[in-house]
Design a protein around this ligand. Sequence first.
Ligand code: ADP
Ligand code: MG
Ligand code: MG
Length: 893
Amino acid sequence: MPRYVYDFASGNKELKDLLGGKGANLSEMTNLGLPVPPGFTVTTEACRAYLVSGAEPRELHDEVMAHLEALEKRTGRRLGQPDDPLLVSVRSGARFSMPGMMDTILNIGLNDSSVAGLAERSGDERFAWDSYRRLIQMFGTTVLGVDGGLFEAALEETKQEREVTDDLDLDAEDLRALAETFKRLIVGHAGRPMPQDPVEQLNLAIRAVFASWNGDRARVYRRREHIPDDLGTAVNVMAMVFGNLGEDSGTGVAFTRDPGTGRPGVYGDYLTDAQGEDVVAGIRNTVPLQELERINPEAYEELLGIMKTLEDHYRDLCDIEFTIERGRLWMLQTRVGKRTAAAAFRIATQLAEQGLIDADEALHRVSGAQLAQLMFPRFDTTAGVEPIARGVNASPGAAVGRAVFDSGTAVRRALEGERVILIRHETNPDDLEGMIAAEGVLTGRGGKTSHAAVVARGMGKTCVCGVETLEVDLAGRRCVAPGGVVIEEGDLISIDGSSGAVYRGTVPVVPSAVVEYFEGRSHPHGSADLVTAVDRIMSRADERRRLRVRANADTPEDAERARRFGAEGIGLCRTEHMFLGERRPLVERLILADTPQERQAALDALLPLQRRDFTGILRAMDGLPVTIRLIDPPLHEFLPDLTELSVRVALAEERARPDAEQARLLEAVRRLHEQNPMLGLRGVRLGLVVPGLFAMQVRAIGEAVAERRKAGGDPHAEIMIPLVGATAELAIVAEESRTVLARVAEETGVDVRCPIGTMIELPRAALTAGRLAREARFFSFGTNDLTQTTWGFSRDDVEGAFFAPYLDKGIFQTSPFETLDLEGVGRLIEIAVREGRATRPDLALGVCGEHGGDPASVHFFHTVGLDYVSCSPFRVPVARLEAARAAAAESRR
Ligand code: ADP
Ligand code: MG
Ligand code: MG
């Protein structure tokens, strides 16, 4: 017998899957003895049942009624009771917080008669009519689907008629009239009247919250945050408390620490005589929470006490919604708060130092994605550019782009490949797509708790808000800064989310403090310092991880940087770029060679160049392994374009000045032309059909090793054969390589033996790994090609062609080129690991595709038992951190 409804007193914070985050935390606060208005939670299970069948499960109605009755008994009032109504809010709350994404309806239970009872009981007629018109407005838009703009317009009109600018200046009579107008709007646009039966109101509201799970905003947000579509939302029904009962009432939001920096302190916004979302919406100007100390010292003291209780209990930064009704404090919500990347690192380090959390928990509290954010460049403030305006530094980062003034334009221009900055008075959930598309967000109003700030921080997107000196003219698609500086749509601007500065044009950027630290150019100083926090976490990460981390690097410069960033070797050194530029003619000679002598001459010319390449890289990575991949791409990539060359040859013939050399080249290009180069003559196939090519590369490696060793170095080259599908391919090439190396050893008197291994980038290789391992000392999973060949699509062709609809339709959660496809590609890797190790227990295993630097994929590589991941030098710290987080997560389980 499923239970669809939980009283707040019967849940707890661990039940987020069932009760949603909001419901679980309301329960937790209730059980901590904090002042939470009573209520109950309808489970996500009920929502899922509704979403699947389109109707509420049969038992739900009875359970809701039973809990309503209990609530009525407890408060001594019935829902909508005419002389003294119990009123409730109906609030959405999913497993993962989706700020402003779904709908909440306040004041359920008011109708034409209970509004009078409320006026009577509260002694405040204005308040009662204000509450009623709010209910009609919210109910009309979220439950009955009437365009919210109509209500807003009617409200504006009333204010104009009364010649006031503030809602607070409307009196009871105005609001009564407004309620009537709103009701007429509902009849006119929803084709039914505002329901007067309180229970009907409640049931319809619950259903609307269920349905809002599939609203556009919620979908967009989930896609962006990779939240599964089938979780559903819980619904919280809670007795109303009122912040809009005059000067001794109000509502606010608070953080137990600064979510921007992580520093402890009193942090939040408060609004006197207001209800619900007035604070977050940025409609009226809030005061800093500290002001509450003056306005209501007792409530302020109590709030500070509760904030401490919550932070100690959750052992983390909490954010809080509260309301004061006639001097009495009520807690309406708490959760572990979103924070910037810098705050995450500082908070985790500080709490670990205080002994509130252990080292593994500290690793759990930060992420590779956050570390990557801290590595983004910042503006060069020494460049002497003056800001045109300043606002609140709501979400850090340095964003440059063209000014746009609406979400649609932001999306359109971003699709055209432009970087844009979205400028609004304030944002609301309808701006979400534009915010996602933009590099950064700039608003004229609102503080650190405004919608723009909260959402941008959640996304890790740069945001400056509340730039009050900026006159935003949405209709004119422009804004004007002090001194008459005009920014038109399409003009370039730069915004600094760390300082709140807004600049005209493009400001130069410099490396972030964290990158300077990894580069060894700055050092930890002081416990409040971000670099100190990163340093502590990274030291812990390096102790904790089992996976080694290498870098993909093709040049000595990249190798050196990778080393500074903590790489423990090179997992992939590509050689193809060593055949481009001024070496191209040599490659052409090689391809066009008619005789073995000609071919050998070309190879002989390439050999010393290759040797120099390898010597440089082995020197940069002295003492650490360097996996060198023999040449991989199809040969035609080194030749001129077919069409261009055809035209050139044809023109020459037309002018009766044929060029024999060009004609021969064209012949070769035609011969090598392929319909599907990705599946063509490349990798090991090339080594097997172009005589001497691989041998030249192997000789260059051997000679480089000998040279380095003679110079007193400690080179560790490894030779990697790409695109192997059959064991025999590898066996032939490996045998040849060993012969070449033996010859180099003889010539130089230095032992230059190197491990020879293969990439696993074809399903066939993965499926025959047991046999391949007889010939290979190591495997390196080339997950880019392995993804392409497993799915049968080429990345370059398909990403633009159909990934967007595939993501839309939920066929992909993320691009398989970004995060490893565990079901398919992951399974092949598992098979190859198991069967490869069965043949050769000391088989070394690594990954060198871009997935090697992707957090989710790194966790998989840890679990499946690889020895190392290899990624671009810049991602190395991210991989180090995620490898440790994977190890810590494993112990937690
Ligand atoms: P969101 O998920 O968008 O934050 P909430 O469910 O928290 O939505 O509700 C919106 C606003 O209404 C919040 O400011 C909240 O504090 C307020 N609110 C919700 N329930 C009540 C209640 N029972 N009494 C007073 N205010 C409420
Ligand atoms: Mg909501
Ligand atoms: Mg809320």
